[in-house]
Design a protein around this ligand. Structure first.
Ligand SMILES: CC(C)(COP(=O)(O)OP(=O)(O)OC[C@H]1O[C@@H](n2cnc3c(N)ncnc32)[C@H](O)[C@@H]1OP(=O)(O)O)[C@@H](O)C(=O)NCCC(=O)NCCS
Length: 177
């Protein structure tokens, strides 16, 4: 359709790091270092970026640990917020995590981050606790709120997906890639 912008997803790559760092610095009061993102690429984390017509708009980093995932960072470039991009990215993240057998997602969010808290609540994340002084501020510290979401897969589907994911890892390890 003419004029319709195409949204795509891909895994984070080293060549994306300049754009990722720009978004991170505009999004996080105490931004991650480039080294943290490099560690994510070199790990088995799920690192998804969202693109609109090849322009990188945001990213979501999450760990995968058996049936649990820790959503470590999700950010959309400020120029593209409140346009449904974060929603698309979170939907894609959850979909890919469930394919890997994840049934429970955990995350921390700054106590003062009202926008992100609304975003998570809208997506059925519920507050299950607080980590005192968890986050650094430019001056001082602030609490982190712990949110979690259970993705309602039947246990059979969840276990099958986990074993399939694990099997693929073993096969690719044996093939040396
Ligand atoms: C949180 C974030 C990823 C949301 O991305 P986004 O593209 O702006 O969100 P969307 O436009 O997809 O919003 C989806 C829903 O989330 C909620 N929401 C998102 N931003 C909100 C805000 N600032 N205030 C209130 N609700 C908000 C709304 O309910 C919205 O649904 P609606 O459009 O039907 O009202 C984005 O604001 C961001 O990058 N923030 C800075 C980084 C950050 O704080 N990350 C979270 C760290 S834990």
């Amino acid at each position: 359709m003419p004029g319709k912008k195409s949204i795509k997803f891909k895994s984070l790559e080293f060549k994306d790091l300049d754009q990722i760092m720009e978004i991170e610095k505009l999004s996080n009061p105490t931004p991650w270092s480039i080294g943290s993102f490099i560690d994510c690429i070199n790990s088995s984390y799920q690192n998804i970026v969202i693109l609109q017509d090849d322009l990188l708009l945001g990213f979501c980093i999450s760990t995968v640990n058996f049936t649990e995932s820790h959503l470590l960072n999700i950010s959309i470039h400020p120029d593209f917020r409140s346009q449904g991009m974060g929603q698309k990215l979170l939907d894609k993240t959850e979909k890919e995590l469930t394919k890997k057998g994840v049934s429970d997602i955990f995350l921390e969010v700054r106590n003062s981050n009202i926008g992100a808290i609304s975003f998570y609540k809208k997506n059925d994340y519920r507050n299950v606790g607080k980590r005192k002084n968890y986050y650094r501020l430019l001056a001082g510290r602030e609490d982190g709120l712990i949110y979690t979401k259970h993705i309602n897969l039947s246990s059979f589907v969840s276990i099958s997906r986990f074993f399939l994911f694990f099997l693929k890892k073993i096969i690719s390890f044996n093939r040396g890639y």
